[in-house]
Design a protein around this ligand. Structure first.
Ligand code: DON
Length: 602
C-alpha cells in the first residue's frame, strides 16, 4: 500500500494514548491531520497501529544539511546521525519524554546506521528521572551463546583472531530489542508505534546515505563482496553508494512493524528470532533459539561518583567505562587542572599516566558482574586515587608492570552514542553497538538485521589482545551466557539535581578516555560544549605501550612527551562524542565532527 492510498486517522481513536502521562506528570497533547476512518480502526486496531504511527510522522522530513551543533530551550537530542537526531527531536516536540525520544532515536539509528548499531546489537542506557531525582542503568549488552567455548576460536591450539570478529562465531545474542522494549515498559509515555514510525518510514521509503555511512561501506567494500547478503543492501549496484543515494530496507521495515505489533516476543521467540538463528547456523555458528528465549535486559544499580561537587551517574559492569571514568576523575580531582595549559606536555603526560593506571585495572579486574566479583568500591575509592597520584612522576612514564591495582594492595568502529535532555529535566545517555563496522558482516536476509561481532570483546586471545589490542584475564574470559566486558560509558553529570552534562562516545577503548577528556574540558576548563568535544584528544590504554595523540596536539608538545618516555602514535580521531550541556535555561549540544572521518578502527 502506498502512502497516497493509506487512510488517515486521528489519535483520539486510540484511547490509551491520550490517557498517558509524561514522566513529570504533565499531559501531552497529540495533534493529527486528516479525516477519521472509524471502520478500519475498529476492525483491526493492532495492524493499523503501525500505519497510524507512520502517518503520525508524515511531517518527518529530513533536513538536507548536517548541522553539527544544536541549541534548544525545550529539549535536545544529539545523535551522530542527522536523521536519527530528528526522529528523537520530533518525539520531544510531540510531548514525549527523554526515554521516548531515546527509543525513537535508537530505532532510527538501527535503520540509518547498521554499521554502528541496530537490532542485531546491544548497548547501555543511563537514565535520570528529574521528578524524584532517581537514576537507572539498563544493560542490554549481548551475551555469549550457551554453546560458546574458547576452543571454537582456536585452530591447532592457536587462537584465530578473525573468528571472533567476522562470521557466525562472532555473533553474541542481541540485546537491543529487549532493552528498548524494557525502557519503554518502565518509562515510555508515547505508544511504541509512534516511536517506531520514523524508523519504519526510513526503512521502507529509504534514506539518503550520509558521509559516515559512506565511509563505513567503503572501508568494508571487500566484505560487501564476501558477504553478498550484506552487499545487496549496502552496495545496491555493486558499488559504494554516492552521498545522498537512497538505501531501502524493506525486510527491516517489516521486522520493525512486527516488533511494534507483537512486542519483543517476535524477536526472541517468534519468526524474527528463528530467521536470525537460521542465518547464524547456516554460517557455522552455535547460537540457538533457546539463547534468544533466555536473553534478558537487566536493570543494574548505576555507578555513582562525585567530581568537583557534581554527581556523576555512569554505567556499572559489564561496562568497564564507568569504573575507569570514576577512577580517573578521582585521580584528576587532586590536581588544579586549570594550572596546566590545556593540551600542554605536562597536562597530557598527567592524563596519559592516569589512563595507564585505569586501563591496567580494566585488564586485571573487570568483567561481567554476574560471573565474577568486580572490586568496584576499591577501584573507585578516593584513597586509591590518592595512592595513584603519588605514583605519577611529572617527568617520566614507566614500564607496564608499574601500573594497576595489584601494585597498590598486593592485591574499530561499530558503535554510536546519543544524548537526550527533555524539557522536564529528564536525561538519557545511551551507547549502543554492533562492535566493529557492520559487526560480524552477517545479515539475516528475511529480517534485514546486521548481526554483531561482540564476542571479540571477550579476552579470547590473551597474548595478542582483541581487535582494539585490549587484553584481559579470567574476569573477562569467555563463558557460556556471560556478557563480554565493554568500554561503553554513557554518563550523566548532575549539578544540584539538574543534568549539567550528558555525554558518552563511540570508539572502542577510546570511548572511556574521550568521555573523560570531554568532562574535564567542560567542568575544569569551562569550555563551551563544541570546544569540549572538538579539542584534540589523547588515548593511552596501558597496553600496548603507546600514547595515541590526535593531529591537533602541538608538535612541540609531542616532542616533549617523547622525551618523557612516551611512545607517540598520531591518529586522526580518537573517539566520537555526542554531548549536551544545560545551564538551567539553554541547552547546547554537539555531534562530534570526527564521525565521518577516521574515527573508527576495524
Ligand atoms: O563494547 C565495547 O567496548 C565495544 N564493542 C565498542 C566498539 C566501538 O566503540 C567501535 N567503534 N566505534
Amino acid at each position: 500500500m502506498s502512502h497516497e492510498d493509506m487512510p488517515v486517522f486521528t489519535l483520539k481513536h486510540i484511547p490509551s494514548i491520550t490517557e498517558r502521562r509524561t514522566l513529570s506528570g504533565g499531559k501531552f497533547i497529540l495533534q493529527m491531520r486528516g479525516q477519521t476512518t472509524k471502520r478500519s480502526i475498529m476492525s483491526s486496531l493492532r495492524k493499523l497501529t503501525v500505519l497510524v504511527g507512520v502517518f503520525f510522522f508524515i511531517g518527518f522530513v529530513p533536513a538536507p544539511t548536517i548541522a553539527r551543533t544544536e541549541q534548544a530551550k525545550s529539549g535536545l537530542v544529539v545523535a551522530d546521525s542527522e536523521l536519527a537526531s530528528r526522529a528523537g527531536m520530533n518525539i520531544l516536540q510531540r510531548g514525549g519524554n527523554a526515554v521516548d525520544a531515546a527509543i525513537a532515536t535508537a530505532l532510527a539509528l538501527s535503520v540509518v546506521d547498521q554499521a554502528s548499531s541496530g537490532l542485531g546489537g546491544g548497548g547501555f542506557m543511563v537514565i535520570y528521572r528529574a521528578k524524584d531525582k532517581k537514576s537507572f542503568a539498563l544493560d542490554f549488552r549481548e551475551t555469549a551463546p550457551a554453546a560458546a567455548r574458547r576452543e571454537l576460536y582456536m585452530k591447532d591450539s592457536r587462537a584465530v583472531p578473525g573468528l571472533s570478529l567476522t562470521g557466525a562465531l562472532a555473533v553474541g545474542v542481541p540485546g537491543e530489542v529487549a532493552g528498548l522494549i524494557e525502557a519503554h515498559k518502565k518509562f515510555g509515555t508515547l505508544p511504541l508505534v509512534v516511536l517506531a514510525a520514523p524508523a519504519i518510514q526510513l526503512a521502507s521509503d529509504g534514506f539518503p546515505v550520509d558521509g559516515a555511512l559512506g565511509v563505513a561501506i567503503k572501508r568494508q567494500f571487500t566484505n560487501m563482496k564476501r558477504f553478498p547478503d550484506l552487499g545487496r543492501i549496502f552496495t545496491p549496484n555493486g558499488e559504494v553508494p554516492k552521498q545522498g543515494a537512497r538505501i531501502r530496507q524493506t525486510e527491516l521495515a517489516e521486522t520493525l512493524k512486527a516488533i511494534v505489533r507483537q512486542g519483543a516476543g517476535v524477536f526472541y521467540r517468534g519468526w524474527v528470532g528463528a530467521a536470525i538463528v537460521e542465518t547464524v547456523k547456516k554460517a557455522g555458528g552455535v547460537m540457538t533459539l533457546d539463547d534468544l528465549k533466555n536473553y534478558r535486559a537487566v536493570w543494574r544499580e548505576p555507578l555513582i561518583g562525585w567530581y568537583r561537587g557534581r554527581t556523576v551517574i555512569t554505567m556499572p559492569p559489564p561496562s568497564s567505562g564507568g569504573v575507569a571514568l570514576l577512577e580517573m576523575l578521582n585521580v584528576l580531582e587532586g590536581y588544579k587542572l586549570t594550572e596546566f595549559k590545556h593540551n600542554s606536555t605536562d597536562y597530557l603526560h598527567l592524563l596519559s599516566e592516569t589512563m595507564k593506571h585505569a586501563f591496567a585495572d580494566r585488564a586485571a579486574h573487570l568483567g561481567d558482574p554476574d560471573f565474577v566479583h568486580v572490586p568496584i568500591r576499591k577501584l573507585t575509592a578516593k584513597q586509591y586515587a590518592a595512592w595513584i597520584r603519588n605514583r605519577i612522576a611529572p617527568d617520566k612514564t614507566r614500564p607496564v608492570s608499574f601500573y594497576g591495582y595489584y601494585n597498590y594492595d598486593a592485591e574499530k568502529g561499530g558503535t554510536t552514542h546519543f544524548s537526550v535532555i527533555d524539557r522536564f529535566g529528564n536525561a538519557v545517555s545511551c551507547t549502543q553497538s554492533v562492535n566493529t563496522r557492520f559487526g560480524s558482516k552477517l545479515l539475516s536476509v528475511p529480517t534485514g538485521i546486521v548481526l554483531n561481532n561482540e564476542m571479540d570483546d571477550f579476552a579470547i586471545h590473551p597474548e595478542t589482545g582483541n581487535t582494539y589490542g585490549l587484553i584481559g584475564n579470567q574476569a573477562n574470559s569467555l563463558e557460556p551466557k556471560k556478557r563480554p566486558l565493554s568500554s561503553m560509558s554513557p554518563t550523566i553529570i548532575l549539578r544540584g539535581g539538574r543534568p549539567e552534562l550528558v555525554v558518552g562516545a563511540a570508539g572502542g577503548p577510546r570511548i572511556i578516555n574521550a568521555t573523560l577528556q570531554t568532562i574535564v574540558n567542560r567542568l575544569d576548563f569551562n569550555m563551551p560544549v563544541k570546544q569540549a568535544v572538538g579539542s584534540a584528544r589523547i588515548h593511552h590504554q596501558w597496553i600496548p605501550e603507546r600514547l595515541r595523540v590526535e593531529t591537533g596536539i602541538e608538535s612541540e608538545v609531542k616532542k616533549a612527551l617523547e622525551q618523557r618516555g612516551h611512545a607517540i602514535r598520531e591518529q586522526d580521531a580518537l573517539g566520537v562524542v555526542q554531548a549536551i550541556t544545560w545551564d538551567g535555561s539553554t541547552m547546547n549540544g554537539v555531534a562530534d565532527p570526527r564521525k565521518a572521518e577516521r574515527a573508527r578502527t576495524d
